[in-house]
Design a protein around this ligand. Structure first.
Ligand code: SF4
Length: 234
């Protein structure tokens, strides 16, 4: 295990300067095996592009915890895909994170909070369960990329996230890089991609995308919401 000089934002900045330009698989191997052994998890939506990061993680260590936010609002196809991918890649530690039953009873008794207050719905179904689970880890890995939104275009590979380190191994990859990687290895995509869902989240908040539209245009369509909140504003 490497000696990490504290977990201050400047220490994480040093990590990024030293290792942020490595290829994604090297970033993952360094992070999982050397920087944070036994104290790191991946967060995955098992969405349109998730298989790329999950395959790289499986090649490094298939027992790495994979946290899935089981909001209770996913497409059935996504839940089946999660199970199929875990088996195909040999991922042995996929963990469903569920919302608090008490919070749901208090704030979303009819299950329609997503339509009234999507930010509040994401807060109890995604943000709270994730951060409760992350209290058991020192670092987490995401599939975020700089080309996804203007808010992410200056994102670093190693980011300070409060007391934790957030690692974005695919930050520098483009959509073409992802597509090529998935095509070259013949990896299975979420089947909803073939139904014109270019970015896939909870069913009530995910719409199909027309050719030429931004890939995330179908997320919370008709509202000004663009993120679920697990990454703050980005
Ligand atoms: S994406 Fe929609 S259904 Fe899912 S947690 Fe957020 S508001 Fe609720």
């Amino acid at each position: 295990m490497l000696d990490i000089p504290g977990r201050t934002s400047s220490a994480v900045g040093a990590l990024d300067r030293m290792f942020g330009a490595l290829p994604p698989k090297d970033v993952l191997a360094l992070s999982i095996r050397d920087l944070f052994p036994g104290r790191i998890a991946v967060v995955s939506s098992f969405g349109a592009d998730s298989i790329a990061l999950l395959n790289l993680v499986a090649e490094v260590d298939p027992s790495t915890p994979v946290l899935f936010l089981e909001t209770g609002k996913h497409f059935e196809a996504t839940l089946r895909y999660r199970d199929m991918v875990a088996e195909k890649l040999g991922l042995t530690n996929v963990i469903d994170l569920v919302p608090s039953a008490e919070a749901l009873a208090q704030k979303d008794p009819d299950g329609l909070l997503h339509a009234r207050e999507p930010d509040a719905c994401c807060a109890i179904r995604k943000v709270a369960p994730l951060y409760e689970a992350l209290s058991g880890y020192d670092a987490w890995i995401t599939g975020r990329r700089r080309d996804q939104t203007f808010l992410r275009n200056r994102m670093e590979v190693f980011e300070a996230d409060g007391a934790r380190t957030k690692i974005n191994p695919l930050a520098d990859w483009s959509q073409d890089d992802i597509d090529t990687y998935i095509w070259r290895l013949e990896l299975p995509r979420n089947p909803l991609v073939d139904e014109s869902y270019a970015s896939i989240g909870c069913a009530p908040c995910t719409a199909k995308v027309a050719p030429g539209e931004d890939v995330r245009a179908g997320r919370w369509r008709g509202t000004d919401k663009i993120e679920c909140g697990i990454h703050g504003a980005t």
